[in-house]
Design a protein around this ligand. Structure first.
Ligand SMILES: *Cc1c(COP(=O)(O)O)cnc(C)c1O
Length: 376
Protein backbone atom coordinates (compact mmCIF):
# COMPACT_ATOMS: atom_id res chain seq x y z
CA UNK A 1 0.00 0.00 0.00
CA UNK A 2 1.24 3.46 -0.90
CA UNK A 3 1.90 5.74 2.03
CA UNK A 4 -0.24 8.86 1.82
CA UNK A 5 1.44 11.84 3.46
CA UNK A 6 -0.88 14.33 5.04
CA UNK A 7 -1.03 17.91 3.78
CA UNK A 8 -1.13 20.40 6.66
CA UNK A 9 -2.96 23.74 6.51
CA UNK A 10 0.22 25.55 7.54
CA UNK A 11 3.87 24.57 7.83
CA UNK A 12 6.76 26.25 9.62
CA UNK A 13 9.98 26.09 7.61
CA UNK A 14 13.03 27.45 9.40
CA UNK A 15 16.54 26.99 8.05
CA UNK A 16 20.21 27.72 8.49
CA UNK A 17 19.75 31.50 8.47
CA UNK A 18 17.39 31.28 11.47
CA UNK A 19 19.75 28.85 13.22
CA UNK A 20 22.71 31.13 12.66
CA UNK A 21 20.99 34.22 14.06
CA UNK A 22 19.48 32.31 17.00
CA UNK A 23 22.95 30.95 17.80
CA UNK A 24 24.31 34.48 17.61
CA UNK A 25 21.81 35.53 20.28
CA UNK A 26 22.58 32.53 22.49
CA UNK A 27 26.30 33.21 22.31
CA UNK A 28 25.80 36.93 22.98
CA UNK A 29 24.18 36.20 26.34
CA UNK A 30 21.67 38.97 25.70
CA UNK A 31 18.18 37.48 25.57
CA UNK A 32 15.81 40.34 26.41
CA UNK A 33 14.97 43.11 23.92
CA UNK A 34 18.13 44.41 22.31
CA UNK A 35 19.89 44.81 18.95
CA UNK A 36 18.17 41.87 17.21
CA UNK A 37 14.75 43.31 18.06
CA UNK A 38 15.96 46.63 16.64
CA UNK A 39 17.00 44.89 13.42
CA UNK A 40 13.55 43.32 13.17
CA UNK A 41 11.95 46.73 13.67
CA UNK A 42 14.08 48.24 10.92
CA UNK A 43 13.10 45.41 8.57
CA UNK A 44 9.40 45.86 9.35
CA UNK A 45 9.58 49.62 8.83
CA UNK A 46 11.17 48.93 5.43
CA UNK A 47 8.53 46.35 4.55
CA UNK A 48 5.67 48.72 5.36
CA UNK A 49 7.33 51.97 4.16
CA UNK A 50 6.78 53.52 7.60
CA UNK A 51 9.04 55.64 9.79
CA UNK A 52 8.63 53.43 12.84
CA UNK A 53 8.09 49.80 13.78
CA UNK A 54 7.70 48.79 17.42
CA UNK A 55 8.07 45.09 18.22
CA UNK A 56 5.88 43.66 20.98
CA UNK A 57 5.12 40.26 22.47
CA UNK A 58 2.12 39.27 20.30
CA UNK A 59 -0.30 40.43 17.65
CA UNK A 60 -2.97 40.84 20.31
CA UNK A 61 -0.63 43.04 22.33
CA UNK A 62 0.09 45.05 19.17
CA UNK A 63 -3.64 45.82 18.87
CA UNK A 64 -4.03 46.61 22.58
CA UNK A 65 -0.94 48.84 22.64
CA UNK A 66 -1.98 50.65 19.44
CA UNK A 67 -5.39 51.47 20.93
CA UNK A 68 -3.82 52.51 24.25
CA UNK A 69 -1.21 54.59 22.48
CA UNK A 70 -3.99 56.40 20.60
CA UNK A 71 -5.71 57.11 23.90
CA UNK A 72 -8.74 54.94 23.17
CA UNK A 73 -10.58 53.62 26.22
CA UNK A 74 -13.85 53.63 28.16
CA UNK A 75 -16.59 55.67 26.49
CA UNK A 76 -15.02 55.31 23.04
CA UNK A 77 -16.48 53.15 20.30
CA UNK A 78 -14.33 51.21 17.88
CA UNK A 79 -15.96 50.09 14.64
CA UNK A 80 -14.70 46.69 13.52
CA UNK A 81 -15.57 43.64 11.45
CA UNK A 82 -17.80 40.84 12.73
CA UNK A 83 -15.79 38.33 10.68
CA UNK A 84 -12.35 38.02 12.27
CA UNK A 85 -10.24 36.18 14.79
CA UNK A 86 -11.40 36.88 18.32
CA UNK A 87 -8.20 38.80 19.20
CA UNK A 88 -9.45 41.82 17.23
CA UNK A 89 -12.49 42.05 19.49
CA UNK A 90 -10.65 41.15 22.69
CA UNK A 91 -8.19 44.00 22.16
CA UNK A 92 -11.04 46.51 22.02
CA UNK A 93 -12.57 45.08 25.20
CA UNK A 94 -9.21 44.98 26.95
CA UNK A 95 -8.72 48.75 26.62
CA UNK A 96 -12.23 49.31 28.00
CA UNK A 97 -13.72 50.59 24.73
CA UNK A 98 -17.00 49.49 23.13
CA UNK A 99 -17.04 47.38 19.96
CA UNK A 100 -19.55 48.26 17.27
CA UNK A 101 -19.68 46.15 14.13
CA UNK A 102 -19.99 46.97 10.44
CA UNK A 103 -20.80 44.04 8.16
CA UNK A 104 -18.35 42.71 5.58
CA UNK A 105 -18.73 42.82 1.81
CA UNK A 106 -20.00 39.67 0.13
CA UNK A 107 -17.22 40.08 -2.42
CA UNK A 108 -14.21 39.49 -0.15
CA UNK A 109 -15.46 39.33 3.46
CA UNK A 110 -13.49 42.40 4.57
CA UNK A 111 -15.32 45.26 6.30
CA UNK A 112 -17.58 47.32 4.04
CA UNK A 113 -16.67 51.04 3.99
CA UNK A 114 -20.35 51.91 3.41
CA UNK A 115 -21.34 49.84 6.46
CA UNK A 116 -18.60 51.57 8.46
CA UNK A 117 -20.03 54.99 7.61
CA UNK A 118 -23.47 53.81 8.65
CA UNK A 119 -22.07 52.59 12.00
CA UNK A 120 -20.45 55.89 13.01
CA UNK A 121 -21.81 57.60 16.13
CA UNK A 122 -20.66 60.66 18.10
CA UNK A 123 -18.68 58.24 20.29
CA UNK A 124 -16.75 56.57 17.47
CA UNK A 125 -13.04 57.04 18.10
CA UNK A 126 -11.40 54.49 15.81
CA UNK A 127 -11.89 52.16 12.86
CA UNK A 128 -10.36 48.69 13.11
CA UNK A 129 -10.50 46.83 9.78
CA UNK A 130 -8.87 43.42 9.29
CA UNK A 131 -6.88 42.34 6.23
CA UNK A 132 -8.61 38.97 6.19
CA UNK A 133 -6.78 35.92 4.79
CA UNK A 134 -3.96 38.22 3.57
CA UNK A 135 -6.26 40.28 1.33
CA UNK A 136 -6.23 44.03 1.99
CA UNK A 137 -9.39 45.54 3.45
CA UNK A 138 -10.32 48.85 1.75
CA UNK A 139 -8.08 50.89 4.03
CA UNK A 140 -7.51 53.43 1.23
CA UNK A 141 -11.21 54.32 1.45
CA UNK A 142 -11.36 53.92 5.23
CA UNK A 143 -8.43 56.30 5.60
CA UNK A 144 -10.57 58.98 3.91
CA UNK A 145 -13.53 58.17 6.16
CA UNK A 146 -11.27 58.36 9.23
CA UNK A 147 -9.80 61.70 8.14
CA UNK A 148 -13.20 63.18 7.33
CA UNK A 149 -14.51 62.33 10.81
CA UNK A 150 -11.33 62.81 12.84
CA UNK A 151 -11.02 59.11 13.75
CA UNK A 152 -8.02 56.89 14.29
CA UNK A 153 -7.43 54.06 11.81
CA UNK A 154 -5.88 50.88 13.20
CA UNK A 155 -5.20 48.08 10.72
CA UNK A 156 -5.30 44.50 11.95
CA UNK A 157 -2.63 43.26 9.55
CA UNK A 158 -1.92 40.06 11.52
CA UNK A 159 -2.55 37.96 8.42
CA UNK A 160 -1.10 40.28 5.82
CA UNK A 161 2.58 41.32 6.03
CA UNK A 162 3.58 42.27 2.48
CA UNK A 163 0.05 42.94 1.23
CA UNK A 164 -0.54 46.27 -0.53
CA UNK A 165 -3.05 48.49 -2.30
CA UNK A 166 -1.76 50.30 -5.38
CA UNK A 167 1.78 49.57 -4.25
CA UNK A 168 1.24 51.05 -0.78
CA UNK A 169 1.85 48.43 1.93
CA UNK A 170 -0.83 47.61 4.48
CA UNK A 171 0.21 48.87 7.88
CA UNK A 172 1.02 52.29 6.40
CA UNK A 173 -2.54 53.56 5.86
CA UNK A 174 -3.27 53.68 9.59
CA UNK A 175 -1.46 52.20 12.57
CA UNK A 176 -0.41 48.70 11.44
CA UNK A 177 -0.66 45.72 13.81
CA UNK A 178 1.12 42.53 12.76
CA UNK A 179 1.35 39.09 14.38
CA UNK A 180 4.31 36.72 14.38
CA UNK A 181 2.29 33.80 15.79
CA UNK A 182 3.21 30.23 14.80
CA UNK A 183 0.79 29.94 11.86
CA UNK A 184 1.27 33.43 10.39
CA UNK A 185 3.14 34.27 7.17
CA UNK A 186 6.15 35.43 9.21
CA UNK A 187 6.50 33.55 12.47
CA UNK A 188 8.55 33.45 15.59
CA UNK A 189 6.11 31.43 17.71
CA UNK A 190 4.69 34.44 19.52
CA UNK A 191 5.31 38.06 18.64
CA UNK A 192 3.88 41.23 17.16
CA UNK A 193 4.85 44.51 15.51
CA UNK A 194 3.19 47.93 15.33
CA UNK A 195 3.98 50.24 12.40
CA UNK A 196 3.37 53.99 12.18
CA UNK A 197 4.61 57.23 10.64
CA UNK A 198 3.61 59.16 13.78
CA UNK A 199 6.73 60.03 15.79
CA UNK A 200 4.83 60.86 18.97
CA UNK A 201 2.77 57.66 18.83
CA UNK A 202 5.89 55.54 18.25
CA UNK A 203 7.47 57.17 21.29
CA UNK A 204 4.39 56.49 23.45
CA UNK A 205 4.35 52.87 22.30
CA UNK A 206 8.02 52.36 23.20
CA UNK A 207 7.39 53.86 26.63
CA UNK A 208 4.21 51.80 27.24
CA UNK A 209 6.04 48.63 26.17
CA UNK A 210 8.69 49.12 28.84
CA UNK A 211 6.80 49.80 32.10
CA UNK A 212 6.10 53.41 31.14
CA UNK A 213 9.80 54.19 31.45
CA UNK A 214 11.39 56.82 29.22
CA UNK A 215 14.85 56.77 30.75
CA UNK A 216 16.19 54.50 33.44
CA UNK A 217 13.72 54.65 36.40
CA UNK A 218 12.02 57.69 34.89
CA UNK A 219 8.38 56.56 34.71
CA UNK A 220 6.12 58.87 32.72
CA UNK A 221 2.94 56.74 32.57
CA UNK A 222 1.84 53.47 34.17
CA UNK A 223 3.09 50.97 31.60
CA UNK A 224 3.37 47.27 30.86
CA UNK A 225 5.85 44.64 29.79
CA UNK A 226 5.06 44.20 26.09
CA UNK A 227 8.64 43.39 25.05
CA UNK A 228 9.76 40.83 22.47
CA UNK A 229 12.88 38.71 23.08
CA UNK A 230 16.09 38.62 21.05
CA UNK A 231 15.62 34.93 20.18
CA UNK A 232 12.17 35.60 18.75
CA UNK A 233 13.49 38.50 16.67
CA UNK A 234 16.35 36.31 15.40
CA UNK A 235 13.91 33.68 14.13
CA UNK A 236 11.69 36.23 12.40
CA UNK A 237 14.40 38.25 10.64
CA UNK A 238 15.46 35.81 7.90
CA UNK A 239 11.83 35.07 7.04
CA UNK A 240 11.26 38.77 6.53
CA UNK A 241 14.22 38.87 4.18
CA UNK A 242 12.71 36.17 1.99
CA UNK A 243 9.11 37.28 2.43
CA UNK A 244 8.69 38.42 -1.19
CA UNK A 245 9.74 34.96 -2.39
CA UNK A 246 7.49 33.19 0.17
CA UNK A 247 4.53 35.37 -0.84
CA UNK A 248 5.22 34.63 -4.50
CA UNK A 249 4.91 30.91 -3.76
CA UNK A 250 1.65 31.46 -1.89
CA UNK A 251 0.29 33.40 -4.85
CA UNK A 252 1.47 30.77 -7.35
CA UNK A 253 -0.24 28.05 -5.28
CA UNK A 254 -3.42 30.13 -5.14
CA UNK A 255 -3.35 30.58 -8.90
CA UNK A 256 -2.81 26.83 -9.43
CA UNK A 257 -5.78 26.08 -7.16
CA UNK A 258 -7.88 28.66 -9.05
CA UNK A 259 -7.10 26.97 -12.37
CA UNK A 260 -8.01 23.54 -11.04
CA UNK A 261 -11.22 24.60 -9.26
CA UNK A 262 -12.67 27.27 -11.55
CA UNK A 263 -15.07 24.84 -13.23
CA UNK A 264 -16.55 23.48 -9.99
CA UNK A 265 -20.14 24.61 -9.44
CA UNK A 266 -21.01 25.23 -5.82
CA UNK A 267 -17.60 26.73 -5.03
CA UNK A 268 -16.79 30.43 -4.90
CA UNK A 269 -13.07 30.99 -5.22
CA UNK A 270 -11.20 33.76 -3.36
CA UNK A 271 -11.71 37.15 -4.94
CA UNK A 272 -8.69 39.12 -6.06
CA UNK A 273 -9.08 42.87 -6.54
CA UNK A 274 -7.10 44.50 -9.37
CA UNK A 275 -4.38 46.76 -7.98
CA UNK A 276 -4.26 44.89 -4.68
CA UNK A 277 -1.48 42.60 -3.57
CA UNK A 278 -3.08 39.62 -1.78
CA UNK A 279 -0.58 37.53 0.22
CA UNK A 280 -2.82 34.48 0.72
CA UNK A 281 -2.41 33.79 4.38
CA UNK A 282 -5.36 31.53 3.61
CA UNK A 283 -6.91 30.33 0.37
CA UNK A 284 -10.56 30.41 1.36
CA UNK A 285 -13.36 29.11 -0.82
CA UNK A 286 -17.06 29.42 -0.11
CA UNK A 287 -19.17 26.29 -0.39
CA UNK A 288 -22.50 27.64 -1.65
CA UNK A 289 -25.98 26.09 -1.51
CA UNK A 290 -25.59 24.80 -5.09
CA UNK A 291 -22.80 22.48 -3.96
CA UNK A 292 -23.85 18.81 -3.68
CA UNK A 293 -21.93 18.62 -0.37
CA UNK A 294 -22.18 21.04 2.51
CA UNK A 295 -19.05 22.79 3.81
CA UNK A 296 -18.55 20.49 6.80
CA UNK A 297 -18.99 17.35 4.68
CA UNK A 298 -16.45 18.62 2.17
CA UNK A 299 -13.99 19.24 5.00
CA UNK A 300 -14.58 15.69 6.22
CA UNK A 301 -14.07 14.25 2.71
CA UNK A 302 -10.71 16.05 2.57
CA UNK A 303 -9.74 14.86 6.03
CA UNK A 304 -10.30 11.25 4.94
CA UNK A 305 -7.80 11.94 2.12
CA UNK A 306 -5.32 13.28 4.73
CA UNK A 307 -5.82 16.87 3.55
CA UNK A 308 -6.12 19.49 6.27
CA UNK A 309 -8.54 22.36 5.85
CA UNK A 310 -9.64 25.13 8.19
CA UNK A 311 -12.80 27.03 9.02
CA UNK A 312 -11.91 30.66 9.60
CA UNK A 313 -14.30 31.47 11.16
CA UNK A 314 -17.19 29.20 12.15
CA UNK A 315 -19.26 32.05 13.64
CA UNK A 316 -19.48 35.82 13.65
CA UNK A 317 -17.05 36.97 16.32
CA UNK A 318 -19.79 38.24 18.68
CA UNK A 319 -21.83 35.05 18.39
CA UNK A 320 -20.79 33.46 21.70
CA UNK A 321 -22.46 33.63 25.10
CA UNK A 322 -19.54 35.51 26.65
CA UNK A 323 -20.03 38.33 24.14
CA UNK A 324 -23.80 38.24 23.53
CA UNK A 325 -24.56 39.70 26.95
CA UNK A 326 -21.43 41.84 27.20
CA UNK A 327 -22.25 45.54 27.65
CA UNK A 328 -19.05 46.48 25.78
CA UNK A 329 -20.52 45.12 22.53
CA UNK A 330 -23.18 46.69 20.32
CA UNK A 331 -24.60 43.75 18.38
CA UNK A 332 -26.81 44.11 15.34
CA UNK A 333 -27.61 41.54 12.64
CA UNK A 334 -24.66 41.05 10.28
CA UNK A 335 -26.19 38.89 7.53
CA UNK A 336 -23.17 38.72 5.22
CA UNK A 337 -20.75 37.67 7.97
CA UNK A 338 -23.24 35.22 9.47
CA UNK A 339 -23.80 33.54 6.12
CA UNK A 340 -20.07 33.46 5.31
CA UNK A 341 -19.41 31.68 8.61
CA UNK A 342 -21.48 28.74 7.33
CA UNK A 343 -19.72 28.60 3.95
CA UNK A 344 -16.00 29.33 4.29
CA UNK A 345 -13.38 26.63 3.98
CA UNK A 346 -9.65 27.31 3.77
CA UNK A 347 -7.47 24.93 1.75
CA UNK A 348 -3.68 24.61 2.16
CA UNK A 349 -1.80 27.31 0.22
CA UNK A 350 1.42 27.67 2.25
CA UNK A 351 4.80 28.13 0.53
CA UNK A 352 6.03 24.57 1.20
CA UNK A 353 3.18 23.08 -0.82
CA UNK A 354 4.32 21.26 -3.98
CA UNK A 355 2.45 21.31 -7.29
CA UNK A 356 1.64 17.61 -6.92
CA UNK A 357 0.09 18.39 -3.52
CA UNK A 358 -1.94 21.16 -5.15
CA UNK A 359 -3.13 18.56 -7.68
CA UNK A 360 -4.05 16.22 -4.84
CA UNK A 361 -6.03 18.92 -3.02
CA UNK A 362 -7.89 20.03 -6.13
CA UNK A 363 -8.49 16.42 -7.19
CA UNK A 364 -9.95 15.56 -3.79
CA UNK A 365 -12.25 18.60 -3.88
CA UNK A 366 -13.44 17.72 -7.41
CA UNK A 367 -14.05 14.08 -6.49
CA UNK A 368 -15.93 15.00 -3.32
CA UNK A 369 -18.16 17.38 -5.25
CA UNK A 370 -18.74 14.85 -8.03
CA UNK A 371 -17.02 16.68 -10.86
CA UNK A 372 -14.14 15.60 -13.05
CA UNK A 373 -10.80 17.36 -13.29
CA UNK A 374 -10.72 20.57 -15.37
CA UNK A 375 -10.14 20.34 -19.14
CA UNK A 376 -6.53 21.28 -19.61
C1 LIG B 1 -3.46 35.99 14.71
C2 LIG B 1 -4.37 37.14 14.71
C3 LIG B 1 -4.36 38.08 15.75
C4 LIG B 1 -3.61 37.91 17.05
O1 LIG B 1 -2.28 37.67 16.93
P1 LIG B 1 -1.50 36.87 18.10
O2 LIG B 1 -0.08 37.06 17.71
O3 LIG B 1 -1.95 35.45 18.03
O4 LIG B 1 -1.83 37.51 19.39
C5 LIG B 1 -5.18 39.19 15.63
N1 LIG B 1 -5.97 39.36 14.58
C6 LIG B 1 -6.03 38.47 13.57
C7 LIG B 1 -6.94 38.74 12.41
C8 LIG B 1 -5.25 37.32 13.61
O5 LIG B 1 -5.33 36.44 12.61
Amino acid sequence: MREVTSIPISAVKLGEAEERLAMEVIRSGRLAQGPMVERLETAFAQLTHTRHAVAVSSGTVALVAALQGLGIGPGDEVVTTPFTFVATLNAILQVGATARFADVTDEDLTISPAAVEAALTPRTAALLPVHLYGKPARVDVLDEVARAHGLALVEDAAQAPGAAIGGQPVGSFGVGCFSLYATKNVTTGEGGVITTDDDALADRLRVLRNQGMRNRYEYVVPGYNYRLTELQAAIALPQLERLAELDERRRANAEALDQRLAHVTGLRLPSVTPGQRHVFHQYTVRVTPSSPLGRDNLAEALRVQAIDSGIYYPRAVYDYDCYRENPQLVIEPMPVAEQAATQVLSLPVHPSLTLSQVDRIAGAVCTALGVGPPDR
